[in-house]
Design a protein around this ligand. Sequence first.
Ligand SMILES: Cc1cc2nc3c(=O)[nH]c(=O)nc-3n(C[C@H](O)[C@H](O)[C@H](O)COP(=O)(O)OP(=O)(O)OC[C@H]3O[C@@H](n4cnc5c(N)ncnc54)[C@H](O)[C@@H]3O)c2cc1C
Length: 222
Amino acid sequence: MAFHFEKPSKFDFKPGQAADVTLSNPPETDSEGNTRTFSIASSPFERQLMFTTRMRDTAFKRSLKKVLLGTDVKIDSPMDSFTLHKNSAKPAVFLAGGIGITPFLSIVRQADHDRLPHKLYLFYSNRRPEDAAFLEALQMLQKSNPNFQLVCTMTEMSKSKKEWKEETGLINQEMLSGHLTNPQGPVYYIAGPPAMVAGLRKMLVTANIDEDDIRTEDFAGY
Ligand SMILES: Cc1cc2nc3c(=O)[nH]c(=O)nc-3n(C[C@H](O)[C@H](O)[C@H](O)COP(=O)(O)OP(=O)(O)OC[C@H]3O[C@@H](n4cnc5c(N)ncnc54)[C@H](O)[C@@H]3O)c2cc1C
């Protein structure tokens, strides 16, 4: 579910950054409190701030689901350095699991808007196409931006009612080398549930990718 907020006039952020969102006086709360960290899924060129989350049965999310239009929330200053590297000679390879797509959506849409010269590859893993947030928007972006290549993979097509002719199975070395001309050259960015992030980092290190070229963001709680 996506949540859209008016962007305060002096709110600056870089694509890929996250912010703490706090509900004031929510109808219910629990021991985890009224604050969660979310990547800003919108891009700086857009007029609104958008956060997107996988809805689950926690007090915070039950409360978030009920907020009325026009509700004020507290959004702290953007944080993190999960932002695109400057050297455009080095491609970026984004590895996203599920809702881990949010920082990458912001990065690839801003890069398109600014016509950045970087080559961007997004490997996006979900159980089924039905679960894949922003799938159509990303497919459209790939058609209009020759610097952006999207590789979507589904890991549980047996549970899907949709047709799928692209990649299936987990992101692995074989899938990467099938789409990248030189897997040693890019900067890799991984975002998603902690177990997936750890697994993909290990896979890259085993493939002799320089650890300085691997950046990760754990979405704790999944
Ligand atoms: C930089 C960053 C960006 C993120 N961006 C997004 C996003 O764009 N969309 C999104 O849906 N989620 C994002 N997350 C994850 C988000 O902050 C929540 O943790 C997640 O949505 C789960 O919230 P919940 O209310 O469902 O579960 P919760 O009630 O928060 O917790 C579920 C379980 O996770 C554990 N847990 C919670 N926080 C932590 C933690 N920090 N470390 C270890 N264990 C923890 C709890 O103890 C509990 O057992 C991001 C996290 C980080 C750090």
